[in-house]
Ligand binder design. Sequence first.
Ligand code: ZN
Length: 165
Amino acid sequence: MKKLPIVIIPDPILRQKSKPVTEFTPELKKLADQMIKTMHQANGVGLAANQINIDQQIFVYGMEAFEDEGIKYPAIPDQAVINPRITVLDSRTQTMDEGCLSIPGIVAPIARPIKVRLEAQDIDGQPFIRDISGYEARVIQHETDHLNGVLFLDHVTDPTQIRRS
Ligand code: ZN
């Protein structure tokens, strides 16, 4: 399965709202598999379709368990999320460094709500609703932002906090 080239800023597709997925075909499954492979090869934890130049509301995410500054983060299974909508359930925020495969070499601390509701469809088109908190909530907010043309740097309030990774 081929690895897909990742689009880098300032490509305009990163600033577009992506089109909803209306057909849940075998090709969509193949795309999701290719995106998951591409994400892992690039050492990412999430990847949105416009990051590989595809104008459709689909993102993938997933990661191994890891530990950072004494905090343990559980593994998240690889999965595809289609036509996502996010609402904030707990607007208290947590701040953590973020980076992006489309903005290589840069990280910045980003404050995000700690708990959100994800309404979306799975790869078979089945609608689902999940309440998600912690690191996983951060990842799905970052990826849903992508599908709305928003980049993590848009959330930076103090530009002096942007640094090289
Ligand atoms: Zn990103």
